[in-house]
Design a protein around this ligand. Structure first.
Ligand code: ZN
Length: 306
């Protein structure tokens, strides 16, 4: 009988341990339930422009929405090497689950080369728009073919496509349309990929470099409900901030990715978006700006105050 009790006790300890470890395991999985969107400071002194956004999903994946400048002649700054890689290392991130290149301009794809050479990038996304008069050819002729030739997966994203980034996020591409917008003189910018990220009650709208023509298209194509966002990036580094679009999106927080010593686009964003009650942050004033959300509320972390 004593022996029997001993077995019952040993058996109970075993099951308690299994329960403990499985409970511990599930706790681990639920630890990171935050969406973190980081608008990196661009420290280049001679490009004039730049955008690189790191998106860390609640489930622990990492995506990039553009990679900033990096390959200009006489350029000592590379957003991939000098900003994104240190950020990933600091956060112990070894794999980049996906990179969106919103349009073929160097201030958006320049950092991709360093990242492609030094990180495991699971997927490259773009809208397939190429060869326009103001597209910069290095992306379509060099970077993208090199990435694919090394075995990288490429995905052409079409308007309305949902990107399967995280079970808790709805990520949709709103623009450009399948036939692209061809009647604007700045076609590459106008056809930038506009991506909307929803995490429960919080919506973030990433607008890259869409021009006023691009924003007018979105206003015609989508309802105000479709475009409403809590957080948005200022169109074209802030330079193409457009009041009718601002009035429909009606964000609480706006981030302009404008360069130090060249904050004119940020000033345009502040002028327009303050009219709709938004608080405007800019990478030239605040350094890297992070949005952290649990899906219900979001907070802003800045490297420095204006
Ligand atoms: Zn740009």
């Amino acid at each position: 009988m004593v022996k029997f009790i001993k077995y019952i006790i040993l058996f109970s300890i075993f099951f308690l341990q299994v329960f403990y470890w499985s409970a511990k395991g599930s706790c681990k999985e639920e630890k990171n339930q935050k969406l973190i969107v980081s608008f990196m400071e661009i420290k280049s002194t001679n490009t004039g422009w730049g955008l690189a956004v790191i998106i860390q999903t609640p489930g622990g994946r990492t995506y990039l929405y553009d990679t900033g400048p990096g390959q200009y002649p006489n350029e000592s700054f590379d957003t991939g090497r000098d900003m994104i890689a240190p950020f990933l290392k600091k956060n112990n991130i070894k794999i980049i689950d996906g990179v969106v290149i919103t349009h073929a301009h160097k201030d958006h794809f320049g950092g991709f080369k360093y990242l492609m050479d030094n990180f495991d990038i699971k997927r490259l996304y773009d809208a397939g728009y190429s060869g326009c008069k103001n597209c910069e050819p290095e992306y379509d002729n060099l970077y993208k073919p090199e990435y694919i030739s090394k075995g990288g997966k490429y995905q052409l994203v079409k308007q309305g496509d949902t990107l399967n980034w995280d079970k808790d996020l709805e990520v949709v591409m709103l623009s450009p349309p399948p036939t692209y917008l061809n009647n604007d003189e700045n076609e590459a910018n106008t056809n930038s990929m506009v991506v909307r990220i929803k995490y429960n009650k919080i919506t973030i709208l990433l607008t890259s470099d869409i021009t006023i023509a691009g924003q007018e298209y979105l206003l015609k194509k989508f309802s105000a409900t479709d475009l409403k966002a809590d957080v948005m990036s200022a169109p074209h580094h802030g330079n193409d901030s457009y009041l009718p679009f601002a009035e429909v999106v009606k964000p609480e927080i706006v981030i302009a990715s404008s360069l130090n010593g060249a904050d004119e686009p940020a000033l345009v964003a502040q002028k327009i978006y303050s009219k709709v009650g938004a608080k405007v942050y800019a990478t030239c004033w605040n350094g890297t700006v992070q949005i952290v959300s649990d899906g219900v509320v979001c907070s802003v972390i800045t490297e420095r105050n204006k």
